[in-house]
Each structure stands twice: as structure tokens, then as C-alpha cells.
Design a binder for this molecule. Structure first.
Ligand SMILES: Cc1cc2nc3c(=O)[nH]c(=O)nc-3n(C[C@H](O)[C@H](O)[C@H](O)COP(=O)(O)O)c2cc1C
Length: 208
């Protein structure tokens, strides 16, 4: 009896841990502001309201950033030799996740609020979403580490600009950030030695 009970408790705990990954709703892939208007509005913000993004906004943000936009699996941002080495880690109040563009899911990394580790500036903790762009150098074939890092930095630039333009179009605010304590954040995101934090970028609503 005792054994059966502990079996059910173990199954329940395993089930609830698995359930912590988030299925995102379908992203909104049409509409938005005319491109030239979004370019005219693009800017960096350093103040964020506490209000959260809706699940649809979050899904659309991630699709705009680096979602799949063609049947062959290619993405909304280019990548050197189509390596697609950038993973987007998503820091939310309920935990840190990694975006799966293929399954349109947020896969749980840690069920803790580690948003404050997404940067060294005081405003960082207020933003409801911080994206952390992580290059997986193991996906980049041969070549020197220096060449891989150069390509990875450039590839993230395109993704970051997609986020800027999406936010301008949606009336959200955003700011890219190099100032991240990588030595602290890396282990919290369970990164391997060949994964490199390139850039962080917070997203939220403007403060009223
Ligand atoms: C690669 C990169 C790193 C940045 N790092 C930081 C940062 O650590 N902290 C910060 O407040 N802003 C950071 N920014 C934002 C820039 O300061 C900002 O883009 C610049 O001042 C121009 O302002 P604008 O984006 O509103 O045109 C960064 C921007 C880029 C592209």
C-alpha cells in the first residue's frame, strides 16, 4: 500500500514537472504596422511596466524574432550558412525557458524567477520578459572559434532587430543589452561550455 502510494506520488510529481513546459498559441503572422512606420518608431527603452505580455503576444514576438517562416524550416532571421545556432532563452516570472520554434513551445529550464540575472542594470528585474540569445557553437561546423563567434554575434544582430521592429509595431518597448553577468547567468540556464550568451533583450509594455 505504502509502495503504491509512493509510486502515484512519483508519477504525479513527474507529470507536473513535464507540464511546466508551455504550449504557445499560434503566432499572429500577418498585419502589424507598415515597415517604414515601425522603423520610424524603433528605439531602446530602459523603463518597463510590470504588466505581462499575453501568450499570443509572446508567441508572435518569438516567431518574429526567429520563428520558422518557410516550409524548409528556414527562419525570420538569416544565419551564416543557415547554421541556425541561436537559441532564445526566455526569462519570465514563472521560470526560464528555451523557445522551440519547431513545436512552438517554451521548454522549461528552471522553474524560478531569474529575470534579475538578465542584466546588470536596475530596470532589468521589472521587465516581464527578457530574451537571452545564446549561440550553440557546436552547431556551427568547422572553422576557428573566433570565426564562429563572429558569425554568431552577427546572426544575433538580425534577431535583435526583428524584436525591435516587432515591438515598435505592437506598441511594446524593448532594449538590447550586452551588460549581462555571463558567469552567473550561464550556469543558471544550464549552458554547456560550447554555448555562449551573446546578448539579452528585455520586452514589455511602456510605463503609463
Ligand atoms: C550590441 C548592443 C549592446 C547594447 N548593450 C546595452 C547595454 O548593455 N545597456 C543598455 O542600456 N543599452 C545597451 N544597448 C542599447 C544602446 O545603448 C542603444 O541602442 C543606443 O544608445 C542607441 O539608442 P537607440 O537604440 O534608442 O537608437 C546595446 C545595443 C546594442 C546594439
Amino acid at each position: 500500500m505504502k509502495r503504491t502510494l509512493s509510486f502515484f506520488i512519483a508519477v504525479f510529481i513527474a507529470g507536473s514537472l513535464l507540464a511546466q513546459s508551455i504550449d504557445l498559441p499560434a503566432p499572429q503572422k500577418t498585419g502589424g504596422m507598415p515597415l517604414m512606420d515601425a522603423l520610424a518608431k524603433r528605439s531602446t527603452a530602459r523603463t518597463f511596466d510590470f504588466k505581462e505580455l499575453s501568450p499570443r503576444q509572446l508567441s508572435s514576438l518569438l516567431w518574429a524574432a526567429f520563428g520558422i517562416n518557410r516550409p524548409d524550416g528556414k527562419r525570420t532571421a538569416p544565419s551564416a550558412m543557415n547554421f541556425q545556432e541561436t537559441d532564445i532563452y526566455v526569462l519570465l516570472k514563472q521560470g526560464a525557458y528555451v523557445y522551440s520554434a519547431k513545436s512552438n513551445k517554451l521548454e522549461l529550464v528552471v522553474a524560478e524567477d531569474i529575470r534579475a540575472l538578465g542584466g546588470t542594470q536596475a530596470f532589468v528585474k521589472d521587465a516581464p520578459v527578457t530574451l537571452v540569445f545564446v549561440a550553440d557553437l557546436s552547431k556551427m561546423g568547422g572553422g576557428t572559434n573566433e570565426a564562429k563567434k563572429n558569425m554568431a554575434n552577427i546572426d544575433v544582430g538580425y534577431i535583435s532587430q526583428n524584436v525591435y521592429l516587432f515591438c515598435a509595431s505592437e506598441g511594446l518597448v524593448t532594449g538590447a543589452r550586452m551588460s549581462v553577468d555571463r558567469a552567473t547567468l550561464g550556469p543558471r540556464l544550464k549552458l554547456r561550455p560550447d554555448q555562449m550568451i551573446i546578448l539579452a533583450q528585455s520586452v514589455g509594455h511602456p510605463k503609463p
